[in-house]
Design a protein around this ligand. Structure first.
Ligand code: BES
Ligand code: MN
Ligand code: ZN
Length: 491
């Protein structure tokens, strides 16, 4: 990660200069100065390359003079259409363009402080790397960039606008680290331990183990955990940031599925691609990163984060297809398929959340079903909700942050699919509408409270680079939910 600084617009004498340019806009400010210093080489080069400033367009001019190693022009599209999300994407391109330079200056002096800050956030987000376990990477393959200076008209204002974005970026990085960790390292106990780091941000962290969960009658979660030698954990994180004095409102609650590895259990998954199931804890990872983001920027809201952490393994002590377990709510579940384990974990954590915190709403995140990838691909998370206001707020926050969510239906006809002949419900509803019946299952534990469920199986991990994320763990949901809180539940 390069250092990101906000500086006055002065021409660098070396290194890279990046020019984010709007469509058809003449070179101005620092860009015009650079053009003059290079004897017009920049304007000539851009003209020859037919650079028009279109969104996503990028042109590199090598050694244009004035000591610069290169000038990179990045198109922003029409300046009247430029939103934070576009500035961030441009920042992501900038991160790629300057990775091999030691220092780079970005001429953002024509942008407002908030757009320049968003661009800086894009640079930061795209610069993420998970390289803990690489011991033999060649020097020339490593990014060299140490410092990216964003040259802006008002450095103090831009810096202030960036401060909360830095906190959110830190949250995103925490999530990406957790989700990227291999499953032999990130066991439920290890993941819980890492939550403790949030105490230094002012988050209260409480960790419950199997003993406590037995007392709480977490039969559904413990049924999943029983096949593994790794003990389960539940972590409760509290950020009480609402201004004191006012009548305390109910807290917001975010709940994450944290299956640190999902073999499927006795209903074991095929070998091909099973390694992907290390990121079956992405819901939990997202909630943890979200709590870090909210606390890091001192969000003015009371927020509870809960994660259920288990490993789903086959063994002589594993849960069987056909087992009936009793959830903390008292409802019984016939376990038809031990690979439909996430909903079992969520059932108990959600019940606990309601009983203990009486939340204003609950949003759960889970890499819950392969079926959501069939329905929506990797472009949208599946959004399920019993509350239209909450749902439309999440959809809107998804649009502004670029973490899109698409609302899916719920209904009695789907709920019928999970009726059991011998228990209150079964844990699978057959192939048709697999993501919906999974959501129906969860809904049976929310007691009619305002609730939304995000199935992030298709969005938590990306097989290709994205505008503001390298391929790998995306931390989908951290920014979306941070925005949801900021927009509607603070102050
Ligand atoms: N963790 C998986 C869902 C998943 C699949 C996430 C692919 C990411 C990529 C979940 O626990 C699971 O196994 N779901 C089953 C449910 C089925 C048994 C009803 C599935 O989707 O196949
Ligand atoms: Mn599974
Ligand atoms: Zn799973």
């Amino acid at each position: 990660m390069p250092d990101i600084a906000f500086v006055k617009p002065t021409l660098p004498r070396a290194g890279a200069l990046v020019l984010p340019l709007a469509e058809e806009a003449p070179l101005a400010g620092l860009a015009a100065q650079a053009d003059e210093a290079t004897g017009g080489a920049i304007a000539r080069g851009l003209e020859a390359a037919k650079f028009k400033g279109r969104k996503g367009q990028s042109v590199t001019l090598w050694a244009p003079g004035a000591g610069l190693s290169k000038v990179v022009a990045i198109g922003l599209g029409k300046s009247s259409d430029l939103l934070a999300i576009g500035a961030e994407a441009a920042g992501g391109s900038i991160a790629g363009a300057v990775a091999q330079e030691r220092e780079a200056v970005v001429a953002a002096d024509a942008l407002t402080p908030s757009l320049a800050a968003a661009m800086a956030m894009g640079v930061a987000l795209k610069s993420y790397r998970f390289d803990r376990y690489r011991t033999k990477e060649k020097e020339e393959d490593k990014p060299k960039v140490e410092r990216v200076a964003i040259a802006v008209a008002d450095a103090a204002k831009t810096k202030a606008a960036f401060a909360p974005m830095q906190a959110v970026t830190d949250g995103v990085f925490l999530t990406r680290d957790l989700v990227s960790e291999p499953p032999n390292v990130l066991t439920p106990a290890e993941c819980a331990d890492r939550c403790r780091a949030l105490t230094k941000l002012g988050v209260e962290v409480e960790i419950l183990g199997p003993k406590e969960m037995k007392k709480l009658c977490f039969g559904a979660l413990l049924g999943v955990a029983q096949g593994s030698v790794q003990e389960p954990r539940m972590v409760v994180m509290k950020w009480m940031g609402a201004p004191k004095g006012k009548k305390a409102a109910k807290p917001l609650a975010f709940i994450g599925k944290g299956v640190t590895f999902d073999t499927g259990g006795i209903s074991i998954k095929p070998a091909g691609g099973m390694e992907d199931m290390k990121w079956d804890m992405a819901g939990a990872g997202t909630v943890i990163g979200l709590m870090a983001a909210l606390a890091g920027r001192k969000a003015k809201a009371d927020v509870i984060g809960l994660v259920g952490l288990v490993e789903n393994m086959p063994s002589g002590n594993a849960q069987r297809p056909g087992d009936v377990v009793t959830s903390a709510s008292g409802q019984t579940i016939e376990v038809i398929n031990t690979d439909a384990e996430g909903r079992l974990v969520l059932a108990d954590v959600i019940h606990y959340c309601i009983e203990k915190f009486d939340p204003r709403f609950m949003v759960d995140l889970a890499t819950l079903t392969g079926a959501i990838i069939i329905a929506l691909g990797h472009e949208h998370a599946g959004l399920f909700s019993n509350d239209d206001t909450l749902a439309s707020r999440i959809e809107a926050a998804g649009r502004t942050t670029g973490e899109a969510a698409w609302r899916m239906p719920l209904g009695d006809a789907y709920d019928k699919q999970i009726r059991s002949d011998i228990a209150d419900m079964k844990n699978v509803g057959g192939r048709p509408g697999g993501s919906i019946t999974a959501a129906q299952f969860i809904q049976r534990f929310v007691q009619g409270r305002p609730w939304a469920h995000l199935d992030i199986a298709g969005t938590a991990w990306s097989g290709k680079d994205l505008p503001t994320a390298p391929k790998g763990a995306t931390a989908y949901g951290v920014r979306l939910l941070d925005r949801l809180v900021a927009e509607h539940y603070e102050g």
